[in-house]
Design a protein around this ligand. Structure first.
Ligand code: NAD
Ligand code: TDX
Length: 332
């Protein structure tokens, strides 16, 4: 595998994946990205120009997608509308990008026989009870709650159908909540870090008891590379690092880092349909492909992430005001 097409490679996880490839492999990468509000060209600055190039375009445009897929050995498909709150306000782009975009890539992969790895989320399985030890596995039935997770679930089903009906050489991974550098300030952890840097208070939805299973984005990248190179075609692998925390715990860690009182946050209007708990059982990935996360200590990873946001204010500052204005209009 020499030439990789990475869709959504200017977004949070895609850009971290491209950095991972530059540091750990010899592959050359073409990023296909529409450069939406969520993208940052800067995240690709400084990477070797003889190994990374950017094509600005839409994954839902087959005239763009087809020749690119034909010219590469494999595709890793990150591009998506990714934020649940946005999907509640304006679902349309989630249907176009997440469903039609995946369809265009699958059709191109079918025409050209190109290997494809589809990036998905644990949210396709719906949510788990809070007082429960059950975790998602590859056998958990799909039960998505939001327009975002429903569109991602649909995209997974398209991939499975194109594997079974047309023999497309594809794999799928469903990962838990990522954190780390280059995540947009609309998302929970960067929003609270930057609120506190600005002297404001974290904003916690509902009562704050919802649980997310956090994984460092670098561990997601290593898992994706392992599945792309060693995974069995047609298979789904769940990716997680045993990082369950409720939202109040995460906010407490952020406040403690800045020496602020533990109760220095606001409880705000809950998200409609807010999933209670996500938890991943990654046994298949760990045993079959011998994968292990490297960032096992969440508090340590969070501290490094807080430091990164302190050092990269120039990057997030231009997005902060508009993001907070949108939340304020919703009582959040
Ligand atoms: P992100 O919103 O930070 O980045 C998405 C990228 O896709 C952006 O660069 C954007 O410009 C690009 N994009 C959007 N629409 C496009 C289009 N039509 N054509 C081309 N490019 C387009 O998202 P992220 O958090 O990096 O998520 C990446 C992928 O990982 C998504 O598929 C998401 O569902 C999945 N995922 C995310 C998480 C998480 O915690 N963030 C967890 C599991 C899975
Ligand atoms: O200000 C906030 N306050 C708050 O309490 C925000 C933005 C979020 N939350 C809560 C909602 C969730 O319980 O924090 C938790 C995490 O929220 P998000 O960062 O919006 O993530 P989530 O909805 O869990 O989805 C994320 O993980 C799965 C990604 O955005 C998805 O792309 C991925 O599929």
């Amino acid at each position: 595998m020499d030439r990789l097409l990475v869709t959504g490679g200017a977004g949070f996880i895609g850009a971290n994946f491209v950095h991972h490839l530059m540091a750990n492999t010899d592959v050359r990468v073409t990023v296909l990205d529409k450069l939406t509000y969520a993208a940052s060209r800067e995240a690709l600055d400084g990477l070797p120009t003889d190994r990374v190039s950017l094509v600005v375009g839409d994954v839902a445009d087959s005239a763009v997608v087809d020749p690119l897929v034909a010219a590469h050995d494999a595709v890793v498909h990150f591009a998506a509308e990714s934020h649940n709150d946005n999907s509640l306000n304006e679902p349309g782009p989630f249907i176009t990008t997440n469903l039609v975009g995946t369809f265009c890539l699958l059709e191109a992969a079918r025409r050209h026989g190109t290997r494809l790895h589809h990036i998905s989320t644990d949210e396709v399985y719906g949510d788990l009870a809070l007082e429960d030890s059950t975790r998602f596995t590859e056998a958990t039935p799909y039960n998505p709650s939001s327009p975002y997770s429903a569109a991602k679930a649909g995209s997974d089903h398209l991939v499975r159908a194109w594997v079974r009906s047309f023999g497309v050489q594809a794999t799928i991974s469903n990962c838990s909540n990522n954190y780390g550098p280059w995540q947009h300030v609309e998302k929970f952890i960067p929003r609270q870090i930057t609120n506190v840097i600005d002297g404001g208070r974290p904003k916690v939805y509902g009562a704050g008891h919802n649980v997310r299973d956090w994984i460092h984005v670098e561990d997601h990248s290593s898992a994706v590379w392992r599945i792309l190179t060693e995974g069995r075609i047609g298979e789904t692998y769940l990716v997680g690092a045993d990082g369950e925390r409720d939202n109040l715990d995460v906010v407490a860690l952020i406040l403690a880092h800045f020496g602020r009182p533990a109760d220095d946050f606001d409880l705000v209007t809950d998200r409609a349909g807010h999933d209670l708990r996500y938890a991943i059982d990654a046994t298949k990935l760990r045993t079959e492909l011998d994968w292990e996360p490297r960032h096992a200590d969440f508090s340590e990873g969070l501290t490094r992430t807080i430091e990164w946001y302190q050092q990269h204010e120039d990057w997030w500052r231009p997005h902060k005001q508009r993001t907070e204005a949108t939340y304020a209009a919703q009582g959040q």
